[in-house]
Design a protein around this ligand. Structure first.
Ligand code: 6GU
Length: 239
């Protein structure tokens, strides 16, 4: 996997690559990462990469030329090009999994008011991380890169991502570690029992309960068993 980020502020990405799990994965060469500052591609004599919007209005609009010339310089037939924008498809775990299997991802990060609309014709995908507006695509790009990189084999233990929230359509079951009792709050008995089948059943039920309580919208996309539906119904009734 190679990631190329086109951004006016490549320094945003330094902490991501310098820290924790992503740093170790980089040291093990599990992925390549490069940033390209598209300001270096501008043909505008003062170095500008944006201009005022046709039709008037506040703010500036990123011009086609610098971004698309920068894109041409890094794109290959096997690249997947993703534009970060609040107007895009909302990023989800399934998209992270699909993108983690790509050979080359190119992210276009905008800043200021937005992109010239014609830039959208040159990308494969437009992605947002939720219904709010950031000052630029960099923060969103970092979030997306983190979610993708941890799914590359070897970055984290395979089992760790298996039970992730969203990977089976549910939120993750609750986890506990020592001590068995903290300020009177005890760890559920079944987790101390060593009975693997009971533990699996308990965890599945807890994942259902947590999802029904916190994110009932996720349940609409699932085909629940009769038993699971009963658990969900009892939670929703008491909400
Ligand atoms: Cl991808 N970009 C910006 N600027 N704001 C956002 C976003 C992206 N996703 C949510 N808000």
């Amino acid at each position: 996997m190679k990631i190329t980020v086109l951004s006016l502020f490549p320094e945003y990405f330094e902490p991501l690559l310098r820290t924790s799990i992503i740093k170790r994965a980089k040291e093990k060469d599990l992925f390549e990462f490069e940033t390209v500052n598209f300001r270096e591609f501008t043909k505008e004599k003062h170095g500008h990469v944006d201009d005022t919007p046709y039709g008037g209005g506040a703010g500036m609009v990123l011009s086609c030329q610098p971004i698309l010339d920068a894109l041409k310089s890094v794109r290959t037939p096997r690249s997947k090009v993703i534009l970060l924008t609040p107007q895009g498809d909302v990023f989800q775990q399934k998209m992270a999994l699909d993108l983690s299997k790509e050979e080359h991802l190119i992210f276009l990060c905008g800043h200021y008011e937005g992109f010239d609309e014609r830039i959208r014709d040159y990308v494969d995908l437009q992605v947002s991380i939720g219904d709010f507006v950031l000052t630029g695509g960099e923060g969103a790009c970092m979030v997306i890169c983190d979610a993708i990189l941890r799914l590359i084999p070897g970055v984290i233990k395979q089992e760790s991502s298996h039970d992730d929230s969203f990977s089976n359509g549910l939120l993750e079951y609750p986890q506990y570690t020592k001590p068995p009792v903290y300020e009177g709050k005890a760890v559920p008995e079944v987790l101390l029992s060593g009975h693997h089948a009971n533990i699996a059943k308990y965890r599945h039920e807890q994942a259902l309960i947590k999802t029904a309580k916190n994110r009932p919208d996720l349940l609409n996309d699932l085909d629940l068993s009769e038993q699971d539906q009963k658990v969900v119904d009892s939670i929703l009734k008491n909400k």
